[in-house]
Structure formats: C-alpha cells, structure tokens
Design a protein around this ligand. Structure first.
Ligand SMILES: Nc1ncnc2c1ncn2[C@@H]1O[C@H](COP(=O)(O)OP(=O)(O)OP(=O)(O)O)[C@@H](O)[C@H]1O
Length: 259
C-alpha cells in the first residue's frame, strides 16, 4: 500500500488527463462554512480506472463535481485535457462538459420518452457530431442490449438502464468518464456486471474512468483507489501492485463452494 500526497507528482497537466492542485471547496451555510475539500492535490492518468472512496461526507462527490466542471472550487486548480477549468465562464464550462466529459449516475438519468437507442445517440447528435456506428455496434454488443434498443427506459430493468447510460456515455468518447455510485440502485449481480463493463471500457477502449463509491467491493474493480476523509486524500492505493483490494468476507457458504 502506498500513501502519496506529494504535490510534485500530481502537478496539473503533464501525463495526467485530469488533475486537481490544492483544491479547496467551502460551502457557505449562514455564517459558518463547511470545508468539503481541504487542499486536495491529485492527478489521473489516461486509460486508468480510479475509484474515489471514503465515508459519507468525506468530499467524494464534491471532488468529482469539481473535476468534471459541474461545480467550481473555492480555490486551487482543476485541469482537464490540458484545459484549466478554474476561471472558465459558465458557457465555457458547459462546452467542456459537453465535449470532454461523460457521466454515469446512480439514477441512470435516461429520458423516459426516448427509446434506448435514441437515449444513447442523443448527446452526440446534440453536440453536432456524427454517430460512430462501428463504436455504437461494438458497445451495444459488448453491453448485451442489442435486443432492447427500441424499448423505453420504463420497459428496462435497472441493470439494462445503466448499460444504456454507459453506452450513451462511451459513445461520445469522453476524455474522462465520471461514474457516481453507478451500482447504487442495482442488485449485486447487475452491479458486478456494470463494474466489469466499466473495467472493460478501460482495457478495450482506453477509456479513463473515475468512479465515486463508498462500497469497497465496487472499488476493488479499479486500478487505483483514492481514500478521502474530511476533505483530504488520506490514502492512495495502486491496486495493480497491491495484493487484491478489499473483498467481501468469505461466508461459510462461499467457502463451501470454493472447496
Ligand atoms: N450544496 C452543499 N451545501 C452545503 N454543504 C454541502 C453541500 N454539498 C455537500 N456539502 C457538505 O460537504 C461535505 C462533503 O460532501 P460530499 O457530498 O462531497 O461527500 P460524499 O463523500 O460524497 O458523501 P456521500 O457518500 O454521503 O455522498 C459534507 O459535509 C456535506 O454535508
């Protein structure tokens, strides 16, 4: 296990596709302030799967929102694909989010009136780009949703809806795909499948993925796990080097199956 907080390793830009330097976020609450991020310096390498983990209220979502240009920091720097987000206007931030960022949320966020296929292609067509049909076919095949393309979200299971959301995010070829508790609304089987698909997008498509999760089993799918506590990075584990990251404790039943 390696604990790293050295700012020079995580200087903005360089080999990192996304980075935060000395990021502070204070939410004002009347006279008081909540220091949700307290000087976070971290970089994310391309084509890696990073989980941001930590207890409730530790700042995971706030960090993700600042990295993705959904929220602005109180101080510090965020860079995404060599663009410094700090200081951009709302309009410029909207463009960065549209062109460079993909999202997968716990709640799927599909448009209910549209079919699965229409949901998947919507962001690309809205941004005036043409749909890469080869990539679309590939994603639909890998995600196993080919026979669901004409269904509306209400006619799909939670796992299928999250696969549609994943296809929608990946089709746009985002610089970084941010996933916020993507398995939070799924049963464990569907959740494991979605996590495996995220991992495959990193391996097969070279996608960079940053996932917020409080679930150690979900975090175990990542190459790297950042742990936050009280708005600070308290541990940074390279899971490709370390012994396999936290697994569910073995039950009598699973031990029996393994025997
Ligand atoms: N809009 C807001 N206004 C005021 N305080 C906020 C706001 N958003 C978050 N906070 C506070 O900032 C801190 C960090 O919140 P954040 O949502 O980033 O944590 P988290 O680790 O994602 O938590 P969880 O796992 O429960 O989602 C918490 O103390 C939270 O109450």
């Amino acid at each position: 296990m390696t604990t790293t907080q050295a700012p020079d390793m995580y200087a903005a830009g360089g080999e990192h596709i996304a980075a935060a330097v000395d990021l502070v976020k204070v939410y004002r609450q009347g006279q008081a302030g909540v220091r949700a991020l307290d000087g976070v310096t971290v970089g994310f390498a391309q084509a890696r799967f990073t989980a941001i983990s930590g207890p409730s209220g530790s700042g995971k979502s706030t960090l993700m929102h600042c990295l993705a240009g959904l929220d602005s920091a109180t101080s510090g720097q965020v860079t995404l694909d060599n663009t410094e987000l700090t200081g951009l206007s709302d309009r410029e931030l909207t463009r960065v989010r549209r062109d460079k960022v993909g999202f997968v949320f716990q709640s799927f966020n599909l448009l209910p009136q549209l079919t699965a296929l229409e949901n998947i292609v919507l962001p690309v067509t809205l941004s005036g780009r043409h749909v890469d049909n080869d990539l679309l076919d590939h994603l639909v095949g890998v995600l196993g949703i080919g026979d669901r393309m004409s269904h509306r979200p209400a006619e799909l299971s939670g796992g299928q809806q999250q696969r549609v959301a994943l296809a929608r995010a990946l089709l746009a070829r985002p610089v970084v795909l941010f996933a916020d508790e993507p398995t939070g609304n799924l049963d464990s089987q569907s959740g494991a499948e979605v996590l495996d698909l995220l991992r495959r997008s990193v391996r097969d498509l070279g996608q960079t993925v940053v996932m917020v999760t409080h679930d150690p089993q979900a975090a175990a799918y990542a190459d790297r796990v950042l742990f936050l506590a009280d708005g600070r990075v308290v541990d940074d584990v390279d899971a490709t080097q370390a012994p396999k990251a936290p697994q569910a404790p073995q039950t009598e039943e699973s031990a029996g199956r393994a025997r």
